[in-house]
Ligand binder design. Structure first.
Ligand SMILES: Cc1cc2nc3c(=O)[nH]c(=O)nc-3n(C[C@H](O)[C@H](O)[C@H](O)COP(=O)(O)OP(=O)(O)OC[C@H]3O[C@@H](n4cnc5c(N)ncnc54)[C@H](O)[C@@H]3O)c2cc1C
Length: 389
């Protein structure tokens, strides 16, 4: 049976992989002239720039894909084990006082001994959940910055049940061996996956935007962003969307700090959400000097100069350095994903109303990260083979 996928981003490509394994014939339509969607790697004179994801969690499903598509992955360098959170504009590996560490420990024990009792309530925000299970300092200095770094909003606005889904799910979880990247970056992974799919007779139609999926007679999977699915007249409500910018800076010399990166709690009043230390994270990121990737939300309307000015101010406050970058590259992603808040929680509580033989995948169905999208697509391929074959 033939299936049409709309969108050749990570969601569309990884679903195509699982569908061909189930014996489906697959064709993919993509507006742009190449695959990957948000994920691209740009090779510059100074090193690699990742436009969105800088790593993916290595699960057993990803290991299977990596083996099939014949690409090597890199584990992070040892020095990237150090992760920091800012306290009073100073990066700390342990951002909590002893008394708050004790609350954290007690909360973890409660989690281990009586998961049901501490499970998130319907409509509970992440901050209320964390205050309930740990305390408000743990929320402000650890839980909120950690999740803001991923979901680009404060713990007050995030839904506890959505962002903690993996912790509380009853389904068998695929264990992760930590983040990995690939020689030549995430873009090389996308290219190897596309090559494997073409070899297995998947037909790609680039520069081919689908405006009306009702004209397609096969079963259809819409593998676009939330907003793009709404533009295809899928019955999805208006919910808040996140605009995210990723800014890669290249510097000469040696980095002010080595590790994975630093997260910034909202109370620090910085413009950025956090910074990743690319050069100390994976091999082969920079040819000379070092690079950092800064993540900011709701700043996609700012000019390049203004954005750089804000980042250099943050850099000065946190790393006490006024070094100027020798090169920089900015990627704005307006409406990249929905706010993982109460509106999305309400939407996912019941299955969206879809026309017959139309399916959805994407980063708005409870899985924002790539390893979750892989898991979601494996399950979708099983559901589709049960319903369609
Ligand atoms: C700055 C940033 C950093 C991130 N970092 C990480 C990370 O480190 N690790 C991680 O796991 N995740 C990360 N993520 C999340 C992850 O990158 C995304 O969730 C994922 O790439 C989304 O892929 P997608 O295919 O669902 O959507 P997209 O990448 O948006 O792809 C959708 C595709 O559909 C196409 N399309 C849309 N409408 C149509 C149409 N009508 N017809 C044809 N084609 C259409 C689009 O052109 C696009 O190519 C990050 C996200 C961002 C924004």
């Amino acid at each position: 049976m033939k299936v049409t996928i709309i969108g050749a981003g990570f969601s569309g490509l990884s679903l195509a992989y699982f569908l061909i394994k189930k014996g489906f014939q697959v064709e993919v339509f993509e507006t742009k002239s190449s695959p990957g969607g948000l994920i691209q790697t740009i090779e510059t004179d100074r090193g690699l720039v990742e436009t969105a994801a800088t790593s993916v969690l290595l699960t057993s499903d990803l290991e299977e894909i990596i083996k099939d598509i014949n690409i090597n992955c890199f584990l992070p360098k040892k020095k990237s084990r150090k992760k920091y959170i800012c306290v009073n504009h100073s990066p700390k590996r342990i951002p909590l006082k002893l008394i708050d560490l004790l609350s954290l420990f007690k909360g973890i024990v409660k989690l281990l001994l009586n998961k049901k009792k501490v499970a998130p309530l319907k409509n509970e925000s992440l901050s209320s959940w964390s205050d309930r299970v740990f305390n408000s300092e743990v929320t402000k200095k650890l839980v909120s910055p950690a999740m803001t770094g991923i979901y680009a909003d404060s713990a007050n606005n995030l839904s506890a049940s959505l962002v903690l889904k993996k912790v509380f799910t009853k389904e068998k979880k695929s264990r992760s061996k930590g983040p990995v990247n690939f020689k030549g970056g995430m873009g090389n992974f996308i290219q190897a996956l596309e090559k494997f799919l073409i070899k297995n007779h998947v037909q790609f139609h680039y520069d081919s935007q689908v405006d009306d999926f009702n004209t397609i007679s096969n079963p259809v999977v819409i593998a676009t962003s939330y907003q793009q699915a709404r533009e295809l007249n899928i019955d999805l409500p208006i919910i808040p969307l996140k605009d995210v910018s990723s800014v890669t800076l290249f510097f000469d010399g040696t980095p002010p700090l080595e590790g994975f990166g630093t997260l910034f709690p909202l109370e620090e009043n910085l413009s950025s959400q956090g910074v990743l230390f690319n050069t100390s994270m994976f091999e082969g990121r920079t040819k000379t000097g070092y690079s950092e990737t800064w993540i900011l939300s709701n700043k996609t309307d700012l000019s390049k100069d203004k954005l750089l000015e804000l980042i250099l101010e943050d850099r000065d406050k946190v790393f006490k350095t006024n070094e100027s970058p020798v090169d920089s590259m900015i990627h704005h992603w307006p409406e990249a994903f929905p706010l993982y808040g109460k509106e999305l929680e309400a939407l996912l509580y019941k299955e969206p109303n879809l026309p017959k033989s139309v399916f959805l995948t994407g980063n708005y169905l409870g899985n924002l990260g790539l390893s979750g999208i892989i898991e979601q697509n494996k399950l979708l391929s099983i559901k589709m083979s049960q319903e369609l074959i």
